[in-house]
Ligand binder design. Structure first.
Ligand code: NAI
Length: 328
């Protein structure tokens, strides 16, 4: 039998946590033959810890065969001890009257502390996925706060944007999601992201030719994918949770278990590819194999795409500038 893997989840009593933990324990993330240990972090607040206990009672009641152990934590130094995978969901939401700058700073604080804790106690090969917003910048901060861990192991979630784009392209072309390949989303997990189907194929045919409508691309597709989070809040009265949890499962699953040559999207620290400054956590097309991702190289960036990529990069650069003083 395989050795259990230790998985930390932060914000475990939140909305996404509630949609995520059961699927991890069920083997959807790491495989149906991989036992897991869940190490769950919530803020020390009494209500949050009590809610976490409640979620754990329900997980117990599922009697998941793959779940070998589960612990509750209020301190990242114990929650992250020896973890192989860390899914950082917990973040500070924007409160009434809170400026963007305040939000960035509040989260920078959280992800500095958590990056340092990972640095101190996690497995030396821990794979980190940041879901909590602003996800790219939070991942950047955690990475910078963990100098003894490989920088490439800090990633941000662009997979929900990727899956949203897949679903829109499938609907537009009247094809099945499973047949669409080579789609990607560049940049920041924010409405500035650039979902790009220029290279995509469906059953070997070019999606671009099937759609053949640049007006739809620029004025319907991109705004629909970019503002999907807001549309869900408007419809549901709550932000995306099950779809976000599903994307987190997909991200780690594909990272760990490989994509067999197929593309997906991950937010990863740039190695300078496509002119994105080194270290900037940016959505790129990747393939994965053997627990490692590789940025797809050599794609042509046309003028329209370059403009979109510049826009999302500019936003990320501004976010990075906004937290610079906290990293010094
Ligand atoms: P939620 O508010 O329901 O849950 C967040 C939980 O995190 C709360 O229980 C809170 O107590 C906890 N928390 C806050 N600070 C913490 C800390 N320092 N350590 C541990 N736990 C902490 O929020 P929800 O809906 O679960 O969303 C979580 C985050 O995910 C938000 O930042 C949201 O914006 C983001 N998100 C990101 C997406 C993406 O595609 N990257 C998609 C959807 C949501």
């Amino acid at each position: 039998a395989k050795t259990p893997m230790r998985v930390a989840v932060t914000g475990a009593a939140g909305q996404i946590g509630y949609a995520l933990l059961f699927r991890i324990a069920n083997g959807d993330m790491l495989g149906k033959d991989q036992p897991v240990i869940l190490q769950l972090l919530e803020i020390p607040d009494e209500k949050a810890q009590k809610a976490l206990k409640g979620v754990m009672m329900e997980i117990d009641d599922c009697a998941f065969p793959l779940l070998t152990e589960m612990t509750a934590h209020s301190d990242p130094l114990t929650a992250f001890k020896d973890v192989d995978v860390a899914v950082l969901v917990g973040a500070r939401p924007r409160g009434p009257g809170m400026e963007r700058k305040d939000l960035l700073e509040a989260n920078a604080q959280i992800f500095t502390v958590q990056g340092k804790a990972l640095d101190a106690v996690a497995s030396r090969n821990v794979k980190v996925l940041v879901v909590g917003n602003p996800a790219n910048t939070n991942a950047y901060i955690a990475m910078k706060s963990a100098p003894s861990l490989p920088a490439k192991n800090f990633t941000a979630m662009l997979r929900l944007d990727h899956n949203r784009a897949l679903s829109q392209v499938a609907a537009k072309t009247g094809t099945a999601v499973k047949d669409i390949e080579k789609l990607t989303v560049w940049g920041n997990h924010s409405p500035t992201m650039y979902a790009d189907y220029r290279f995509a194929t469906v059953n070997g045919k070019a999606v671009k030719d099937l759609i053949n409508d640049q007006e739809w691309n620029a004025n319907t597709f991109l705004p629909t994918v970019g503002k999907r989070g807001a549309a869900i809040i408007e419809a549901r009265g709550l932000s995306s949770a099950a779809s976000a949890a599903n994307a987190a499962i997909d991200h780690i699953h594909d990272w760990m278990l490989g994509t067999a040559g197929k593309w997906t999207t991950m937010g990863v620290p740039s190695d300078g590819s496509y002119g994105i400054p080194e270290g900037t956590v940016f959505g790129f097309p990747v393939t994965t194999d053997n627990g490692e991702y590789t940025i797809v190289q050599g794609l042509e960036i046309d003028a329209f795409s370059q403009e979109r990529i510049n826009l999302t990069l500019k936003e990320l650069t501004e976010e990075r500038e906004g937290v610079k003083h906290l990293l010094a």
